[in-house]
Design a binder for this molecule. Structure first.
Ligand SMILES: Cc1ncc(COP(=O)(O)O)c(C=O)c1O
Length: 379
């Protein structure tokens, strides 16, 4: 029996569905959650928070990880710590979730939207270079759906133009590029543990990096910039962006299962490619040389004459959950006036593609069923 969200019910309602991105919660999670609840440390103080941060930093082989309330808060803190602000421009891809761009606004800067590469669907290094102005201060590469960006080219550009790099690794935990984990190349890397992500804390995020002093400062900022040695003394403007001990308990248990989640997501991605490889109009995200995706979600492009809503309806009738790609951010009223170029690839990919079931609660047979349904629709 499988579950599909019914937001009016305290339980997921039971129905035969193939999940898009349902969380995978097991006995280990329940054990740590109960420990957190029984301990009384239900809020932002408690042992699971440093343990989760330490485990996360060790996994990524990075100096320090600071937990936050969300991936959005992580991105906000990274930009804030780098001193990005009024009058500055930050380069972001047009094809991403709005939470990549909004933190740029939170710090008073302006996002500049650039097109993505037609094959990898990630921010295109040549488009970045063409968009750099005297006001550009940073780049936010997004490892879209778990596919690593061309980080060596992006870091080279950052060096050439003296730009900061904040990686939006919210969808790419475990993805690697030339031996390094996504999120560990730039000044900071930001992760999300929203309920639909590779691991979840219910809602939460993490900032990682190599500059321990800057990360300690972020740790201080997210705690209302409180100097606890002096009681309630706040020498700076702070934020309440802390993760709770309950969330960290869930996160730690999920970290213990990360390798299994990644193996399953990668196997699903391979199966989709294998099963649909003989239909020439179908395409998946390609990877850069030296990259291995974590494939948070596998997305499929069905070509220029795509009727994505019709495909979605056909799959839904078979109990298969899907979702549209992110609408290019220049379609949002917030950012319409920021559209300075055609952003052709971003629009074409959005119009022709669909995110397929990627939850690790599915099994191989589920993926075969999805492929069969897609074949019937397109052939
Ligand atoms: C690309 C991208 N950036 C940022 C975020 C924001 O993360 P959160 O939902 O944890 O704030 C998400 C996920 O929701 C995302 O997919």
């Amino acid at each position: 029996m499988k579950a599909t969200p019914d937001y009016t019910s305290r339980m997921y309602t039971m129905s035969e569905e193939i999940y898009l991105d349902a969380p995978d919660i097991g006995d280990g999670e329940k054990k740590y959650l109960n420990e957190a609840l029984d301990s009384g440390y239900v809020s932002t103080i408690g042992p699971f928070v440093p343990e989760f941060e330490g485990t996360f930093a060790k996994y990524l082989n990075t100096e320090r990880a600071v937990s936050t309330q969300s991936g959005t808060a992580a991105l906000h803190m990274a930009l804030y710590e780098l001193g990005i602000g009024k009058g500055d421009e930050v380069i972001v891809p047009a094809l991403t979730f709005i939470a990549t761009a909004n933190p740029v606004r939170y710090v008073g800067a302006e996002p500049v939207f650039v097109d993505v590469d037609s094959k990898t669907w990630n921010i295109a290094p040549d488009a970045i270079e063409a968009s750099i102005t005297g006001k550009t201060k940073a780049i936010i590469p997004v490892h879209l759906y778990g596919n690593p960006c061309a980080m060596d080219e992006i870091m080279k550009l950052a060096g050439k133009y003296n730009l900061r790099v904040v990686e939006d690794a919210t969808e790419s935990l475990g993805a690697t590029y030339k031996g390094g984990f996504s999120g560990t190349f730039g000044d900071f890397g930001c992760f999300s543990f929203n309920g639909n992500k590779i691991i979840t804390t219910g809602g939460g995020g993490m900032v990682v990096g190599r500059d321990s002093a800057k990360l300690e400062h972020i740790k201080f900022l997210v705690n209302q910039a409180r100097d606890e040695s002096k009681g309630y003394y706040h020498p700076e403007l702070g934020f309440n962006y802390r993760m709770t001990n309950i969330e960290a308990a869930l996160g730690l248990a999920q970290m213990e299962r990360l390798q299994g989640f990644l193996a399953k997501k990668r196997a699903f991605n391979d199966l989709y490619r294998q099963e649909l490889s003989n239909i020439p109009t179908l395409h998946f995200q390609e990877t850069y040389e030296g990259a291995e995706g974590s494939w948070w979600l596998t997305c499929l492009s069905i070509g220029n004459k795509a009727d994505i809503p019709a495909l979605q309806r056909a799959l839904k009738e078979r109990g298969i959950q899907t979702r549209r790609l992110f609408m290019p951010l220049t379609e949002s009223p917030l950012y319409r006036a920021h559209k300075k170029a055609a952003l052709e690839n971003s629009y074409r990919i959005y119009e022709s593609s669909l995110c397929l079931p990627g939850s690790t609660r599915n099994n191989d047979d589920d993926i075969f069923s999805v492929c069969k349904a897609i074949r019937e629709f397109v052939m």
